[in-house]
Design a protein around this ligand. Structure first.
Ligand SMILES: NC(=O)c1ccc[n+]([C@@H]2O[C@H](COP(=O)([O-])OP(=O)(O)OC[C@H]3O[C@@H](n4cnc5c(N)ncnc54)[C@H](OP(=O)(O)O)[C@@H]3O)[C@@H](O)[C@H]2O)c1
Length: 248
């Protein structure tokens, strides 16, 4: 299938995990691809592998998102598909949540995602599609997850507003909410040892009805579906890709 032949796909957070899997999928189906991220090393590797224009841009700094959009449009023209995927994790019991921690999580996952999407809007083609990466954390009461859950719940709310505001331009807007997915995110929780991460994996497997952690490709396939014309009558949804966590 070549669902994205000659379409410009811009991914915020396309150099690791779910975003990189999606980048591979879009590239394999003919997209003209732009990806962003922070790590120059993984950006270069992803560009080499997928042929993407790779841009170093911190999504927590909206002016960098605006610069990235301008560079993407200068190279590949108007945007057909926007995938706002960049996100950071972080667990902290309520008593230990600092203002800085809260702001860091929200600065990327909610504020950063919002302004990245806002920056892209003037450059999006009619009949385009936007996908945001949410999380089942937005609806699951996971201890220690207050800041992250609030940011992802906010993002889900924001996505619905994007969906109605963009209806007149025939741009569809949806959310894909992963459950536990095997990506580098697990190892990025500050203060967690390897043993802590392994214990977290075991806990996640036990909490998932399918009894396993998902693979990034399984989430990416849902992203590509919602971004494609196959989903032409779908807007405003939150698609859980979670091994049954929420549904069962
Ligand atoms: N893995 C899971 O279990 C899971 C579950 C639910 C939801 N999610 C969500 O899925 C999305 C992708 O996460 P992942 O699991 O694939 O983790 P990942 O491998 O750590 O990827 C995170 C992506 O976001 C980018 N990013 C993070 N902070 C950024 C910033 N300040 N500016 C620009 N880019 C930034 C990263 O770029 P750099 O590597 O260059 O920093 C990377 O491309 C996130 O929104 C996450 O919240 C993940």
């Amino acid at each position: 299938m070549q669902r994205f032949q000659d379409r410009h796909v811009l991914i915020f957070g396309g150099n690791s995990g779910i975003g990189l899997s999606a980048a591979r999928g879009f590239a394999a189906e003919g997209a003209r691809l732009t990806i962003t991220g922070r790590s120059p090393e993984t950006l270069a590797a992803a560009a080499e592998e997928t042929g993407a224009l790779a841009l170093c841009a911190d999504i927590a700094a909206p002016e960098q998102s605006r610069d990235a959009v301008a560079a993407a449009v200068a190279r590949h023209g108007p945007i057909d598909v926007l995938f706002v995927n960049a996100g950071v994790g972080g667990f902290s019991p309520i008593a230990e949540v600092t203002e800085a921690f809260w702001d860091d999580v929200h600065g990327v996952n909610l504020r950063g995602a919002f302004f990245a999407a806002q920056a892209a809007l003037p450059h999006m083609r009619a009949r385009g599609a936007i996908v945001f990466t949410g999380s089942i954390g937005s609806v699951a009461a996971i201890p220690g997850n207050a800041a992250y859950a609030a940011a992802k719940a906010g993002l889900r709310a924001v996505a619905r507003i994007f969906a109605v505001e963009l209806m007149p331009r025939s741009i569809r807007v949806n959310v894909v909410s992963p459950g536990p997915t095997e990506t580098p995110l697990f190892r990025r929780n500050p203060g967690m040892t390897d043993a802590d991460v392994e214990a977290m994996r075991a806990q996640m497997r036990a909490a998932t009805p399918m009894g396993r952690i998902g693979e990034p490709e399984e989430v990416a396939r849902a992203v590509l579906f919602l971004a494609s014309d196959e989903a032409s009558f779908i807007t405003g949804i939150d698609l859980y890709v979670d091994g049954g966590c929420i549904e069962l």
